[in-house]
Write a protein that binds this ligand. Structure first.
Ligand SMILES: Nc1ncnc2c1ncn2[C@@H]1O[C@H](COP(=O)(O)OP(=O)(O)OP(=O)(O)O)[C@@H](O)[C@H]1O
Length: 474
């Protein structure tokens, strides 16, 4: 008979759980203290354990660690009160399979949990396959580093819970990708809506967040759905949360506390069940200390913190990521072994975004089947030229004028009838060249402004967002 351990000091809850499990045909053993747990012999007979996070004489996490050390295969479920959800999430980092909140509101949840964990044990499957599949579905490459696998395994476990998640990581590490993963793994019916908090114009702030009714103010000719409503029953991704103005922070805090908002001009409040995922490339705790971010909002957001490691800590995965980006864009080129070696020695300040962009740019400029050698890599990677960004010739700048010249010659040849060409193909190439032109001009301007995007945007009369678009920084 399957034997389940219950470590719970509240007799009522322990008894209730025992009864429930016995009715399902399981044998249970309940202990109420850490001391009693130490007296248990044959820990290996337990196929599943429910552990209260707080015991009179011991922390539940210590019991979890002790049990996992002796019986690694035994799935452990941490039982927690709402205020200790944060600790329960930490417990998952130490190997807890899941957590449930007390008091138990829905017995079906426990039923399903037990069936799932014992089912996985029997079939030998673990959640790994699931989180890897979802990561693949959202176009997220995990590589082989244990830190990324632990992170996504944890993200997978907490995804279905209605708790707020704060993602931190340097620029380009994949915070938005992780937010999409969380949404996909949450099975929420609504959509995943992204809002860049730094880009919110103050004057439109409220109508962007909450929407407005028709006629609410001059120019409100139609009803508008705000971000919180659009993400209801889905996920609201608050990107660059540290850049939110103080008034945006106040508005966000209020809605996070009450779960309610009112459209501008509206007479009734609406509830939102949007799951909030916030992200920042700066350390928000430090921003709080500097007085730039509201402490109360930080604590609201920081229920679960997921920190994505920078690419320089996962350099062994560079060959894998290069292959994956090439496959993703359907490019048939390869990088020579010495090129890969040089890429593994570079520190990638722009992380996955920088790698993805470099691979794509090289691929665009290469012929089918080419093998990329070190002299085709940017100087910052080969370290051949010790030039500053403003001096270093980018791939774009070196090749673009030739490319344009060849293209315009081809157009004229077709026009003069010297070359047969399908017009559709020619127009397709022209569309590509349009983007290539914008990208090349932006790259060149960025060199002139020593990489300063605001200055480059002003010089070109476009927004920094448009710069990101043309640089493929989606
Ligand atoms: N693990 C990953 N697998 C595949 N592509 C990734 C991964 N991480 C990042 N990328 C790619 O890198 C680019 C940047 O990713 P993303 O926007 O998620 O980063 P970010 O951390 O949110 O950046 P920022 O801090 O600048 O907002 C995207 O094109 C994304 O597809």
């Amino acid at each position: 008979m399957t034997h389940i351990l219950i470590v719970e000091d509240e007799m009522e809850i322990g008894r209730f759980l025992s009864r429930l499990l016995q009715l399902k045909g399981f044998k249970t053993t309940q202990v109420t203290t850490g001391h009693d747990f130490d007296q248990l012999v044959h820990l290996s007979s337990f196929k599943l354990a429910f552990i209260d996070v707080r015991l009179p004489d011991r922390n539940g996490i210590d019991i979890l660690k002790a049990l996992k050390a002796k019986v690694p295969a035994c799935p452990c479920v941490i039982m927690t009160g709402y205020s200790t959800v944060k600790i329960a999430v930490d417990a998952m980092k130490y190997g807890a399979a899941d957590f449930i909140e007390k008091p138990f509101e829905d017995i079906d949840v426990i039923d399903q949990l037990v069936d799932r964990l014992l089912g996985e044990l029997k079939s030998g499957t673990i959640e790994e396959a699931d989180y890897e599949r979802i990561a693949r579905d959202v176009g997220c490459f995990l590589g082989t580093s244990p830190s990324m696998h632990q992170l996504f395994e944890l993200a997978f476990k907490i995804a279905p819970k209605p708790i707020t998640v704060l993602i931190q990581g340097e620029t380009g590490t994949g915070k938005e990708v992780l937010a999409k993963f969380l949404h996909a793994a949450s099975n929420r019916s609504g959509s995943c809506v992204a809002l860049n908090c730094g880009a919110l114009p103050e004057s439109l702030l409220e109508s962007e967040l909450f929407g407005h009714v028709k006629g609410a103010f001059t120019g409100a000719s139609a009803e508008r759905v705000g971000y919180f409503e659009a993400a209801s029953s889905g996920t609201l991704f608050l990107d660059e949360i540290a850049e939110a103005s103080l008034s945006t922070q106040v508005k966000l805090l209020r809605i996070l506390e009450t779960g309610e908002f009112r459209k501008i001009g509206g007479t009734t409040s609406q509830r939102t069940s949007a799951r909030i995922v916030a992200a920042s490339h700066v350390n928000i705790e430090e921003a709080v200390q500097r007085g730039e971010f509201r402490e109360d909002l930080y604590y609201r957001l920081d229920v679960v913190k997921l920190v994505i490691p920078p690419l320089r800590e996962r350099l062994a995965d560079i060959p894998l990521f290069v292959d994956s980006f090439l496959k993703q864009s359907g490019e048939n080129i390869t990088f020579s072994a010495d090129s890969i070696e040089l890429m593994k020695q570079y520190n990638w300040p722009g992380n996955m975004r920088e790698l993805a962009n470099m691979v794509r740019q090289i691929a665009v400029l290469s012929t089918e089947g080419a093998v990329i050698t070190p002299n085709q890599l940017p100087a910052k990677i080969t370290g051949v030229q010790n030039q500053s960004l403003s001096e270093a010739p980018s791939i774009e700048a070196v090749h673009f004028p030739d490319e344009w010249k060849r293209f315009s010659e081809k157009v004229l040849d077709v026009y003069h009838g010297q070359e047969d060409h399908h017009l559709d193909e020619l127009i397709d190439t022209m569309k590509k060249m349009e983007k290539r032109t914008a990208t090349a001009v932006i790259q060149k301007t960025l060199k002139e402004t020593a990489g300063n995007r605001k200055k480059a945007a002003a010089k070109l009369g476009i927004s920094t967002r448009k710069i990101r678009y043309y640089l493929n920084e989606t």
